[in-house]
Design a protein. Structure first.
Length: 435
């Protein structure tokens, strides 16, 4: 029986290098596959035998878009190895760092990478010329966030100040005050950008599957919490949700998911209970929307979408909602930090010992897990890093198969546009996935 091959040799406007191959057999989509084109990087193997203090620095090199979350998750996992409990001030600074990273990643992806697909622009520069004010706002939002990363982390791309037990250098109070003063304007910009995404014409799409995210009953979880799972099934009755959902500790959850190695592939696929799942902004909104900050919650209500939803195109809208939420949350944390006498803040003391630790933090694209085992001198014996893209790659391929089956009669050019649109809505990071 003749088989038609759909091939996209280069998927642009995403982090890392990948291609796509689909197969149509007897008019039906028989396969949709993301092929990673990155070379082997072997970060986990590189870490074995090294001193624990090197892990945050090395893992932050996994990705240029989200180095902070790798750095923070490595530090947090190593603190679990050594039973380190850091101060609330340290946690607040780390939260601001991660929230700022989410903001600058979302602003980049939303306006410059994903929006052209929805507005049918092949050239992002031409689209920016059509929306010059929004383009400038996206740039200004990113700059505010990256400058904040510089002030707290010591560097925009690869943080220097954070370490096991606390910080090597505390940020200057007057610098933090400047970001608080400018946050009102940034919040207004985030709201205007979000309105643009609220009013887009999203494809009507539905594919059942699991959505998994970090969750905390007291706040919209980014830095800490338990893992919660929303399972979509036919005729699902949404009785157990939000605070009623049962959580799983990250250390227990990583034992429940399965990493699968495919022949000739450098990226593992991950499933939960034998099924693919999605993690990322949409999973977080689906599970934690009741904990959004005030302006983000009000904005989400205006979208007139019934959340939770299994339409993964809405991951783009969810990122826009998080853009507002994260600016609000940074404002709240900066206000709390104003009350602190920094002369009283100390790093946690600890003893290096043999131990094991698992940590989870929400990266822009979903939950990131780091696991370390150390010997009594603090040298790494074992390491495992499970990135968001590796987790949702199987879900993306499954969604592509379902989505493409609805467009069997499209021209090759239009079909290719639909494929790219869905892939970029997921916001994959192939650099992280091929760590």
């Amino acid at each position: 029986m003749p088989k038609k091959i759909i091939k996209i040799n280069h998927l642009a406007k995403m982090e890392g290098h990948a291609s796509f191959e689909g197969k149509i057999l007897a008019g039906e989509i028989s396969e949709a596959h993301i092929i990673t084109e990155e070379g082997a990087r072997l970060i986990e193997g590189t870490l074995v035998g090294r001193h624990y203090s090197e892990a945050p620095t090395i893992t932050s090199r996994i990705c240029g878009i989200c180095p902070i979350v790798h750095h923070l998750t490595a530090v947090k996992a190593l603190e679990k190895c050594f039973d380190v409990r850091v101060s609330s001030e340290v946690v607040m600074l780390r939260k601001i760092l991660e929230l700022a990273q989410v903001i600058h990643s979302h602003a980049l992806h939303l306006f410059f990478l994903s929006l052209p697909d929805f507005l049918n622009y092949d050239d992002t520069k031409k689209m920016a010329g059509r929306y010059p004010n929004e383009a400038q706002m996206a740039i200004d939002i990113r700059k505010w966030a990256t400058d904040l990363c510089l002030v707290i982390g010591g560097r925009i791309t690869h943080p220097l100040t954070n370490m096991v037990g606390g910080f090597r250098k505390w940020p200057e109070e007057e610098n933090l005050e400047k970001f608080l003063d400018g946050s009102g304007d940034i919040l207004e910009m985030a709201q205007q950008i979000a309105q643009l995404f609220r009013d887009l014409d999203y494809p009507k799409f539905k594919n059942l599957g699991n959505f998994i995210a970090l969750s905390d009953d007291t706040e919209y979880a980014i830095y800490d919490g338990e893992i919660k799972i929303w399972e979509t099934k036919k005729n699902l009755v949404k009785k157990i949700f939000g605070k009623q959902m049962k959580g799983i500790e990250a250390s227990k959850f990583v034992k429940k998911i399965k990493e699968i190695e495919l022949r000739n592939e450098l990226v593992k696929r991950v499933n939960y209970n034998g099924k693919p799942f999605f993690c990322g902004a949409l999973a977080r909104i689906n599970i934690n929307k009741y904990l959004l900050n005030e302006e983000a919650a009000k904005f989400l209500e205006t979208a007139n979408i019934d959340f939770p939803t299994s339409n993964t195109f809405y991951n783009v809208l969810a990122q826009a909602v998080e853009l507002i939420h994260c600016v609000e949350e940074i404002r709240n944390l900066l206000r709390e930090l104003k009350k602190i006498n920094w002369l009283d803040v100390k790093n946690a003391s600890f003893k290096v010992k043999a131990g094991q630790g698992v940590a989870a933090i929400e990266a822009p694209r979903g939950t990131l897990y780091h696991y370390y085992e150390t010997d009594k001198k603090g040298y790494i014996k074992n390491c495992n890093i499970i990135t968001p893209t590796a987790q949702f790659l199987a879900k993306l391929e499954d969604d592509l198969s379902v989505f493409l089956s609805e467009f069997k009669n499209l021209s090759d050019i239009e079909r290719e546009k639909k494929i790219k649109m869905m892939i970029r809505a997921f916001d994959p990071c192939i650099s992280c996935a091929t760590h």
